[in-house]
Design a protein around this ligand. Structure first.
Ligand code: GLC
Length: 477
């Protein structure tokens, strides 16, 4: 592992004490530290991949390991021929989606859906309120005449948080992630909580499948293309699921050939710091987080956190007088607030820089609270920072994908393409992310011959609800 460059030891002795804009030299010195902090060499990636594979295999062998590797009780994978109409509820870290999904057979489907932003006020306090919020929106959705006409409907519930499943349609909430903190419902059955909230509103709907978003995405993409073996979410949070041979799940006796494992990969390296090289900003971010000490891998990868890493590095630059605050910036700006800068804004800056729209870059930068006028070098500095942070995220994600690929490879048909369904706002929207991730995965996994990379990433946009419907339908076939 490359050694951590402690920011303080790199400060150049000529740092200006006047607090004004420093020379390019100092900016370059700071950037060098940041480059060192965010770099992951090939050797690091190799080491981490081996550790990830080890942690995954431990998770399959015993309960309560760092990688939980949660069995999902999905024993029948969709064939693509399933048909039927289903009601779906999809609770993520940012949005709630309610939908009516029609599986049309031949891998096709139709969706009608409504999307709601989860209010910040619901993200802490009683978890019951989150389930009330879901039930109210289901009620509203059911009032649509075209939905009314289809009742009664079975419900598939996509729940994008860790759940210990007891069957396909029951599972206890292990804990929250993505800065949601509602401890009162931990240990409770997510389906019962939803069912009760629906009953309180007079809705009698049977919840027939409970799936994590990774599992829903995987099943939906299998419905479209049976060569799919894995799914990855790169959105507010990050996680992966894959098709596992039951013989490999030694912690549970399962009488089926294959099932789906929800890895909950966000916790990789959590209990063995040497497996995951965190830096000063990762540790600061973790200490200010609602689930401090947890989801450290996710905190280096996902959309909830990249903007915050960006802010911490910029704010440190201001503190070190490498960057200057806008003169008209109020005493507190986005730079001073935890999660003050979102990954979306960082992405917007990066995109504008790629498009050489430097005026827009300056405007966005000033919106952060940084003096950007006449700052060519400065814009370049910020753009490189965006690139370094997003590239590290990509590399870590490639580590996870490679480790899983190498784990399953021995029972996979070596000739067949290994399709990975990928979804999430970071993957969909961050400039070049999808392409860089594909290239990275292939550069790690190519054999000596040209075009020998078998791993192909496919965009599985907003499919997690479709997978919940397919999970119900596949059990009937
Ligand atoms: C978080 C959740 C996980 C989910 C992922 C992506 O890591 O713990 O269950 O799959 O976010 O939404």
């Amino acid at each position: 592992m490359s050694h951590q460059a402690d920011i303080n030891t790199f400060l150049h002795p000529f740092l200006s004490s006047k607090g004004l804009r420093l020379s390019i030299y100092n900016m370059e010195a700071y950037l060098n530290n940041v480059r060192a902090d965010l770099s992951l060499e090939d050797e690091d990636l190799k080491e981490m991949t081996a550790k990830f594979k080890e942690e995954l295999e431990l998770g399959l062998e015993k309960h309560n390991q760092t990688l939980r590797a949660l069995p999902t009780f999905v024993y029948r994978l969709p064939k693509g021929t399933e048909k039927g109409k289903y009601l779906t509820v999809d609770l993520g870290g940012t949005n709630l989606r309610v939908g009516l999904i029609e599986l049309l057979g031949s891998g096709k489907f139709a969706i009608e859906k409504a999307s709601f932003i989860i209010p910040e006020t619901l993200k802490t306090g009683s978890g019951e309120k989150i389930f009330e919020f879901i039930a109210e929106n289901v009620k509203e959705f059911l009032a649509r005449p075209e939905v009314q006409a289809e009742l009664p409907l079975k419900l598939g519930f996509t729940f994008s948080f860790p759940i210990e499943q007891e069957s396909l349609s029951h599972g206890r909430i292990i804990g929250w992630s993505k800065e949601i903190e509602c401890p009162d419902v931990i240990g409770k059955d997510a389906v019962e909580l939803l069912q009760k909230a629906l009953h309180r509103l007079g809705l009698d709907i049977a919840v027939e499948a409970l799936v994590n978003d990774t599992v829903g995405t995987l099943l939906a993409q299998i419905y479209r293309d049976s060569r799919t073996k894995m799914s990855v979410i790169l959105g507010t949070g990050s996680n992966a699921a894959y098709v596992e041979s039951c013989a490999n799940i030694r912690k549970l006796a399962i009488e089926a050939d294959h099932t789906v494992i929800n890895i909950e990969w966000g916790s990789f390296g959590e209990d063995s710091p040497s497996n995951l090289p965190t830096r000063w900003f990762d540790r600061l971010l973790d200490s200010e987080s609602r689930n401090s000490g947890h989801q450290k891998f996710e905190k280096m990868i996902s959309g909830m956190y990249l903007g915050e890493i960006f802010r911490l590095i910029l704010a440190e630059g201001v503190k070190r007088k490498v960057l200057t605050r806008c003169e008209d910036s109020k005493s507190t700006s986005k730079l001073d607030l935890i999660h003050g800068i979102g990954t979306e804004e960082m992405s917007e800056f990066h995109q504008a820089y790629i498009e050489k729209d430097y005026i827009k870059c300056s405007e966005i930068g000033e919106g952060f609270g940084i003096e950007c006028e006449n700052g060519d070098g400065l814009l370049q500095f910020i753009a490189e920072l965006c690139e370094l942070i997003s590239l590290r995220s990509c590399k870590l994600c490639a580590v996870g994908i490679t480790a899983i690929y190498r784990h399953v490879h021995n029972f996979d048909d070596e000739e067949e393409v290994f399709l990975v369904a990928v979804d999430g706002s970071l993957y969909q929207k961050y400039p070049n992310y999808a392409k860089i991730l594909q290239d990275m995965v292939c550069s790690i996994n190519s054999g000596p011959e040209a075009n020998s990379c078998k791993i192909e990433l496919v965009m599985a946009e907003d499919l997690s609800s479709v997978g919940a419907a397919a999970a119900i339908a596949a059990q009937k076939e």
